[in-house]
Ligand binder design. Structure first.
Ligand SMILES: NC(=O)c1ccc[n+]([C@@H]2O[C@H](COP(=O)([O-])OP(=O)(O)OC[C@H]3O[C@@H](n4cnc5c(N)ncnc54)[C@H](OP(=O)(O)O)[C@@H]3O)[C@@H](O)[C@H]2O)c1
Length: 312
């Protein structure tokens, strides 16, 4: 080992606080990569398998933190992180000094910035992280983990953190809120894709077609749409939306068909109604001849208040 606070050696000690489904996967990946790994969980018993694989269970979070320069926290939510920080504070104000706490708990950007300030006040470094992977993917090329916080803290521990996501350990910037914001954006994207698939499956199901038969076409269409993103991103960043492919007006007509088919088959029209409302406002703003990316203007502002009948 070179230096337990350096992060350049593969055997740099790591502490993992929180041994739920994700915390156990994180600790397992550190162990497999050769890091001496100390683990702690609020409720005893969850460290047994990890201990059998070579982890050192700690009786308290203070003991776990004291064992490593890199402290990874992965608990249920930011309320649990606050409780943990309160407990560490109460035990020893100087415990975090010189260490880097990496919080992989999901939460908001504001929460991440609040935790960063608390850890900085205790003399420690703080990286906020967002895991875009399920526990079995941790430590494999499939895993994506995003980090935000001081570049120096990230660089110091990047070699160890790559044990979790060997091909996608990414630093987004110094603003501690960036990883939570990216996490939220990706979750929104995921739910939009899934909702589109589920609505389509409901529509086809009402006409007697199986979801299994729809899945390959849905997957292929998702890949096609993914191919449009880079061009639309350029339009959004430039603030100009030339309709090189299809106009918003053409999209709006197809949205009407989707709503009509849904209503005819007794399927929920909520999803088509939402996209029609967004497109309708863009058309009213004179953007009908522009590309789909012009809808960004509708997402950039709060939705207008609902009218007395629930509409606009
Ligand atoms: N699972 C996933 O696929 C996934 C993917 C990406 C991100 N994440 C994020 O990772 C985090 C953990 O998820 P998970 O799947 O591991 O959840 P989980 O299995 O429900 O585990 C939650 C963990 O938080 C601990 N905890 C809760 N409240 C606590 C408190 N007040 N003080 C100390 N520890 C506390 C629990 O300890 P006890 O055992 O004592 O209850 C447990 O270890 C979440 O923020 C989640 O959003 C999960």
């Amino acid at each position: 080992m070179i230096d337990d606070r350096n992060g350049s050696a593969k055997d740099v000690p790591v502490a993992v606080l929180g041994l739920g489904l994700m915390g156990r996967a994180l600790a397992g990946a550190f162990l497999r990569a050769g890091h001496p790994t100390t683990v702690w969980n609020r409720t005893p018993g969850k460290a047994d398998e990890l201990a059998a694989a070579g982890a050192r269970p700690a009786a308290t979070p203070e003991e776990a933190v004291g064992a490593a320069g890199l402290v990874v926290v992965c608990v249920f939510d930011h309320t649990a992180v606050r409780a943990l920080l309160d407990r560490l504070d109460a035990a020893d104000r100087g415990l975090l000094a010189g260490r880097v706490l990496v919080d992989l708990t999901s939460g908001t950007a504001a929460g991440a910035r609040e935790h960063a300030a608390r850890v900085a006040a205790a003399g420690g470094g703080y990286l906020d992280g967002a895991i875009l992977a399920v526990p079995p993917a941790i430590g494999t090329p499939e895993a994506v983990v995003l980090y935000s916080g001081a570049q120096a803290d990230f660089e110091r521990h990047a070699p160890a953190l790559r044990s979790l996501a060997p091909d996608a350990t990414t630093h987004l910037g110094e603003d501690h809120g960036l990883s939570a914001l990216h996490d939220a954006a990706v979750l929104g994207l995921m739910w939009s894709v899934l909702n589109g698939f589920l609505h389509g499956a409901a529509l086809l199901g009402a006409a007697g077609a199986d979801a299994a038969a729809f899945a390959p076409l849905a997957a292929r269409s998702t890949v096609t749409v993914a191919g449009w993103l880079a061009d639309y991103a350029r339009q959004i960043d430039a603030g100009a939306y030339p309709a090189d492919d299809a106009t918003l007006e053409t999209h709006a007509a197809a949205m009407d068909h989707l709503a009509e088919e849904s209503a005819a088959l007794g399927v929920s029209t909520e999803l088509p109604d939402l996209v029609r409302a967004l497109a309708g406002r863009a058309l009213a703003a004179g953007r009908g001849g522009e590309s789909y990316a012009a809808l960004i203007e509708q997402f950039r502002r709060p939705a207008p208040p609902a009218g007395p009948d629930g509409g606009e």
